[in-house]
Design a binder for this molecule. Structure first.
Ligand SMILES: [Zn+2]
Length: 243
């Protein structure tokens, strides 16, 4: 079965002997970019327009300050602003999204990545625990062609880096040093970085140390997303209701 019946997934259609790009072409290019950026298939749906503020109630969470929705809106505007700043070469700081599982932080980071890819920027999406495992693996056996240095070179130097799930990994001196070294390098070389974490900065400070946290603060503007319940739980409820 072909996804595009017009061109049988070749990306090109022939009309009276002349080849034209099929309408599915730009999607194919985007799919390739998504693959190269290490984004999963579901990131096609990670669009800013799919970030629904309705999921965040207009009430104030127990910790006080802004409503759930105000926080979410602020984070969304910051993500859009970040894309704008990259497009106009004016980016000053990256983004740090923290919040519990299901608060939408990874979605927002992915939507930002997708938008940047659409604008032809080089982006790499890295799940921190996986990356540290890969790094350790190449360190153990660097005879598989990928060296620790090669892997580090890519992640350290990619123009825009997204570090998903910082904090959800082992805390050995080795991982703590690797993360510090990466963030310090990104900061010194003014390379835009987006970070997501289930942990707050205070919690990260206890686990990763204050020198790493000071790099995060210097590198990123901080946003805390909160939801009263897991968004995926609400979504599954909603889809049950509409079925
Ligand atoms: Zn087609």
């Amino acid at each position: 079965m072909y996804q595009c019946k017009k061109c049988n997934d070749r990306g090109i259609v022939l009309h009276e002997g002349v080849a034209y790009r099929c309408r599915c072409w730009s999607q194919k290019i985007l799919d390739l970019k998504i693959k190269k950026a290490n984004l999963g298939v579901n990131f096609n749906d990670a669009k800013f327009s799919n970030f629904k503020l309705d999921y965040y109630p207009n009430t104030i969470p127990p910790d006080g300050e802004a409503t759930y929705r105000e926080r979410a809106n602020k984070a969304l505007l910051a993500a859009k602003g970040f894309v704008n700043d990259i497009n106009t070469n004016k980016v000053k700081k990256g983004l740090f999204f923290c919040g519990p599982v299901g608060s939408g932080k990874t979605f927002l980071a992915s939507a930002t990545a997708r938008e940047l890819l659409l604008n032809n920027h080089e982006v790499l999406f890295v799940v921190v625990p996986d990356f540290l495992d890969a790094l350790r693996f190449t360190f153990d056996k660097n005879d598989n062609g990928i060296t620790e240095k090669g892997l580090m070179d890519v992640v350290w130097n990619i123009p825009i880096l997204i570090l998903d799930d910082l904090g959800a990994h082992n805390y050995t001196q080795w991982t703590v040093n690797k993360i510090y070294s990466l963030l310090n390098y990104r900061l010194n070389n003014k390379l835009p970085t987006i970070i997501t974490s289930n942990l707050t900065l205070n919690e990260l400070e206890i686990l990763l140390g204050d020198r790493t946290c000071s790099r995060i603060i210097a590198l990123c503007n901080v946003f805390r997303l909160l939801v009263p319940k897991d968004i995926r739980y609400i979504q599954s409820l909603n889809s049950m209701i509409t079925q």
